[in-house]
Design a binder for this molecule. Structure first.
Ligand SMILES: *Cc1c(COP(=O)(O)O)cnc(C)c1O
Length: 338
């Protein structure tokens, strides 16, 4: 894979660190798998996260096409929207964000704090759409409107998940395996949150392209297993084709688990609350309520059920999202002053 073939702007602090989680490993199982963390929450752009890797290629494409305005969409507390707003600011582009009310949470913290505060701080214009709106259509309507006004809009799909954005995660696969080789670390499994599918699709396409034979488990934050695996597989195939390696990704390379969604996207679960608190207290690392908290709850459960061999090395790919914590201040039942 030769990423210099693709237009790209540098936005992320790379490589992100790969670190052991010693206290968490011991806490979950005395002689269980060693847990590691790939810190893509430290990509640097406006509190970081996984969308920044995708935006390097998406924004490269936007600039190549002569865009002056970026349009994207997401849930109210979208980390993708926030990183897109920051990238647009850095590149001097206007940014319009459509936010879908997926949770029905009308509290001021949820609707104005956290990621939304940062969207506004970066100068993006934000507007709301009702739950289950056709967000792609909404973006097209806005794009047509802006074109009629003489603007050159570039539409970034939700989550930055298309074959261009997914290149960022093929690149992450390369980066992670290079780090592991350098450290003489044999990675037995990678676990991470999966939503709009671009992270897992690009990551698996990259892992397969370099013949790493490292299995990946995506913990779904929205769709059930089968549906999530199908959308990841579809995008992984298109990403491999975009990379110039059509047909390399097989259906069995794509594994997702839908058991940790709870009652819906962005709605807290007990497992998420426990995972966020535990990792904060044992490792000093911030997870988030929507993605990495649920993914970590899935990792905890798999470790406790003996899913990973005792002597194995499991890497949690931390995809970011801590800004979202400030949209959920009452979820964690935290002690006050003593
Ligand atoms: C978007 C996001 C994900 C999911 O990545 P996809 O590429 O959409 O599957 C995971 N974690 C965080 C924090 C995110 O913002």
């Amino acid at each position: 894979m030769h990423f210099s073939r693709f237009p790209r702007v540098r936005l992320a602090h790379l490589p992100t660190p790969l670190e052991p989680m010693e206290r968490l490993s011991k806490f979950l199982a005395k002689d269980g798998p060693r847990l590691w963390i790939k810190r893509d929450d430290c990509t640097g752009l406006s509190t970081g996260g996984n969308k920044t890797r995708k935006l390097e290629f998406l924004m490269g494409d936007a600039l190549k096409q002569g865009a002056d305005t970026i349009i994207t969409q997401g849930a109210t507390q979208s980390n993708h929207a926030r990183q897109t707003a920051a990238a647009a600011a850095k590149l001097g582009l206007a940014c319009h964000i459509l936010l879908e009310d997926r949770t029905g949470n009308a509290s001021p913290d949820y609707t104005l704090n956290g990621n939304v505060l940062l969207d506004r701080l970066h100068g993006a214009s934000i507007s709301k759409r009702a739950k289950d709106s056709d967000m792609n259509k909404e973006m097209e309507i806005l794009a047509a409107d802006l074109r009629a006004k003489g603007k050159k809009p570039y539409v970034v799909p939700g989550g930055g998940s298309n074959p261009v954005g997914a290149l960022g995660y093929a690149n992450c696969a390369l980066e992670l395996v290079a780090q592991a080789n350098e450290m003489q670390l044999k990675i037995d499994h990678v676990v991470h949150a999966t939503g709009s599918a671009g992270t897992q699709a690009g990551f698996v396409a990259g892992l397969v392209a370099i013949n790493s034979r490292i299995p990946t488990l995506g913990i779904s934050v929205r769709a059930p297993k089968e549906k999530q695996e199908n959308s990841v597989f579809d995008l992984a195939q298109r990403t491999a084709e975009h990379l110039g390696a059509p047909g390399i990704v097989k259906r069995e390379h794509i594994v997702a688990n839908g058991d940790y969604v709870g009652s819906g996207y962005g709605l807290p679960t007990d497992g998420m609350i426990d995972a966020v608190k535990t990792v904060a207290r044992l490792e000093g690392i911030l997870l988030d309520p929507v993605y990495t908290g649920k993914a970590m709850a899935g990792l905890f459960d798999h470790v406790r059920k003996g899913f990973f061999a005792k002597d194995s090395n499991v890497v949690f790919l931390h995809t970011g999202g801590s800004a979202g914590l400030f949209g959920y201040p009452d979820t964690f039942d935290l002690p006050g002053y003593v």
